[in-house]
Design a protein. Structure first.
Ligand SMILES: NC(=O)c1ccc[n+]([C@@H]2O[C@H](COP(=O)([O-])OP(=O)(O)OC[C@H]3O[C@@H](n4cnc5c(N)ncnc54)[C@H](O)[C@@H]3O)[C@@H](O)[C@H]2O)c1
Length: 386
């Protein structure tokens, strides 16, 4: 039975520990806070109890799975791990310090992986004596339920690490895609306009939150509208990811964060978890207004957000962040989009997508609306993505 180490017993660390233990590994969960370890252990007991109650596993299976997991505050317990997955705070310096320690605790061929959402894997590898064993394995929240895992090789990663990490994660029942070590990888890059363009439409007073959410759900087929989703993710987290991606892209205006969301973050209106966000979740909160169910307005909203998403997906392909298939898989499985964005572009007609982007560009004269050269080339060559 191989052993997997998890550094960081928070939301992600606990979820990944569950996935690895369910796949039959011994799992060592390490955190520097005993409070975090206790909470993680308690959550795991709760999850296993629920799984048994729902008939998803037997008592004996839950017992066996639980006994495969060890909680510790000593990194030296990682000694026998074939892979250690780091899931501590999203802070490059903290991660670099942690990686230096992890490397002194594991054998020379153990894989050292990070679950970072957007930081550079190559920068983490630079801290290691054997940087060829570093890799990004980016799970989505909640890790046991979300199938997608982005695998991100650093500049230093060797083929054996890549192969071993990917097949391990595949064997856990996950769908893996490969992304270049660039800010936001695939999902957290391509999805930015879902939030950013919706916020822009709101700020311009074109429609309110409920109407934008209605348009994206009812006309677009998305599971959640952008504002419901931002409240669900947490405006603190969603804003920070946008800001990180924006800075990491040398302030490219396509990823510019919004003051509206910044103010919600400042006010601790983080969404569901604090009781208030774009919407009010407190008991006795006023009933939400009805959306303006105007088909023409709804179509304008959907088209505007959708072409911005398609532009971003095309740019990711154009700049070789990932393959066409992996971009589609990432967006349908990582954020449950109803269709792959490139396939959606084919359906709409790439020429029409380009026209719509150009209308926005001419209207606003902002670089944010620049059309990806790949889309223009495809129109010239009369090509589709699929
Ligand atoms: N929460 C999400 O939706 C999500 C999704 C994908 C990826 N991520 C990434 O996963 C990582 C963890 O996120 P999270 O939401 O689980 O965070 P979290 O705050 O819930 O948990 C982090 C844990 O790491 C521990 N920790 C911090 N520094 C440590 C150290 N030096 N040594 C040992 N333990 C340490 C903390 O005590 C805490 O228990 C981040 O890099 C984040 O960007 C988060």
């Amino acid at each position: 039975m191989t052993t997997i180490g998890i550094l960081g017993a928070g939301a992600m660390g606990g979820g990944i520990a569950q996935v690895a233990a369910a796949a039959g590994h011994k799992v060592i969960v390490c955190d520097h806070l005993s409070l975090a370890l206790n909470k993680c252990n308690k959550n795991m007991q709760g999850t296993l109890k629920t799984l048994v109650e729902k008939g998803k596993m037997t008592d004996a299976e839950a017992y066996a799975m639980n006994s495969r997991i060890t909680y510790t505050d000593h990194m030296s317990d990682f000694e026998s791990c074939v892979m250690v997955i780091e899931a501590i705070a999203e802070d490059i310096e903290a991660k670099q310090v942690a990686f230096r320690s992890v490397e002194t605790m594991v054998t020379k061929d153990a894989i050292i992986a990070s679950n970072t959402s957007s930081l550079s894997i190559s920068a983490m590898g630079a801290q290691l004596s054997h940087p060829e064993r570093i890799i990004g394995v980016h799970f989505f929240n909640p890790a046991p339920l979300m199938r997608l895992v982005e695998i991100i090789p650093a500049l230093q990663t060797n083929a054996a690490t890549m192969e071993k990490a990917r097949s391990l994660v595949d064997s856990w029942g996950k769908t893996t895609v490969i992304a270049k070590d660039t800010p936001g990888f695939i999902v957290n890059r391509v999805a930015r306009p879902y939030y950013g363009e919706a916020l822009r439409i709101l700020e311009e007073g074109i429609a309110d939150e409920v109407t934008i959410d209605w348009a994206m759900r009812e006309l677009g087929g998305f599971k959640m509208g952008p504002f419901e989703l931002m409240d669900f993710i947490g405006n603190d987290i969603n804003y920070t990811v946008t800001e990180t991606v924006f800075k990491a892209f040398y302030y490219d205006s396509r990823y510019k964060p919004s003051f509206t969301q910044k103010r919600l973050k400042d006010a601790h209106y983080w969404g569901r978890k604090t009781g208030r966000g774009f919407y009010d979740y407190r008991e006795g909160a006023p009933v939400r207004p009805e959306p303006v169910q105007d088909k023409k307005l709804g179509k304008y909203i959907l088209d505007r957000i959708l072409v911005m998403l398609i532009n971003e997906a095309a740019e990711a392909l154009y700049l070789r962040i990932a393959t066409r298939e992996d971009i589609e898989t990432a967006m349908t499985q990582g954020v449950n989009y109803p269709k792959g964005l490139l396939y959606w572009a084919d359906q709409i007609g790439i020429e029409l997508v380009v026209q719509q982007l150009d209308v926005l560009y001419v209207e606003y004269l902002e670089d944010r609306y620049r059309c990806c050269p790949l889309l223009r080339k495809m129109v010239r060559d009369k090509k589709n993505f699929f």
